[in-house]
Design a protein around this ligand. Structure first.
Ligand SMILES: CC(C)(COP(=O)(O)OP(=O)(O)OC[C@H]1O[C@@H](n2cnc3c(N)ncnc32)[C@H](O)[C@@H]1OP(=O)(O)O)[C@@H](O)C(=O)NCCC(=O)NCCS
Length: 159
């Protein structure tokens, strides 16, 4: 099912506490502080993109770093509110992030996915297939000397 209104816009200050809460409530992602999301946005004015919902709520957000490597942006985190999943919000966020990355000369998005996160794997594979964006395994993050569970790095080619 596609989203009824996946309006995507850069985050504003009032969004950061909402984003931090959404991250904290989702067992599939690392919860950063509102301050960290604000800092990322201060470094690039559209590092954090959101789909607004009623009031000050958010249907979803994506956080990225562009460029992260030459010609590649990193999609750091994406979360869609549980009651808005499978309505195209995640796809709209990745599409807009990819569009903004491409305007900066990026040709691909890098994603790191924890092998145990089946939802994330399903989403990126489903999204890539639906859009015809090539998705390929590109390596592993390693463990950072045991600090991290290694995550697989995927490359999603931009159209
Ligand atoms: C991953 C996530 C962002 C997907 O957002 P979403 O808005 O539900 O995604 P979309 O509706 O755009 O889905 C697009 C396609 O991806 C695939 N997909 C999405 N969720 C899926 C799932 N749970 N299982 C299998 N495939 C899935 C489908 O092909 C889907 O198309 P369809 O609904 O027409 O079948 C959302 O499930 C989420 O926030 N999960 C928790 C946080 C997380 O794990 N984030 C990723 C790691 S940072």
């Amino acid at each position: 099912m596609q989203s009824r209104a996946a309006e995507v816009r850069p985050a504003v200050d009032t969004d950061f506490p909402v984003i931090a809460r959404m991250a904290a409530e989702d067992p599939g992602v690392v919860a950063h502080t509102a301050y960290t999301y604000w800092v990322l946005q201060a470094m690039a004015a559209d590092a954090v993109l959101v789909v607004p919902d009623a009031g000050e709520g958010l249907a979803g957000y994506v956080v990225g770093v562009y460029p992260f490597q030459p010609e590649a942006a990193l999609l750091l985190q994406i979360v869609v509110a549980p009651d808005r999943r499978r309505t195209g919000v995640g796809g709209a966020l990745v599409t807009e992030f990819g569009r903004r990355a491409a305007t900066r000369g990026c040709r691909r998005l890098l994603l790191t996915i924890d092998a145990s996160n089946e939802v994330s794997e399903g989403f990126f594979h489903g999204f890539a297939e639906q859009r015809g964006w090539p998705l390929a395994l590109a390596g592993s993050t390693g463990t950072l000397d045991g600090l991290l569970d290694p995550e697989r790095i995927w490359e999603l080619g931009l159209p």
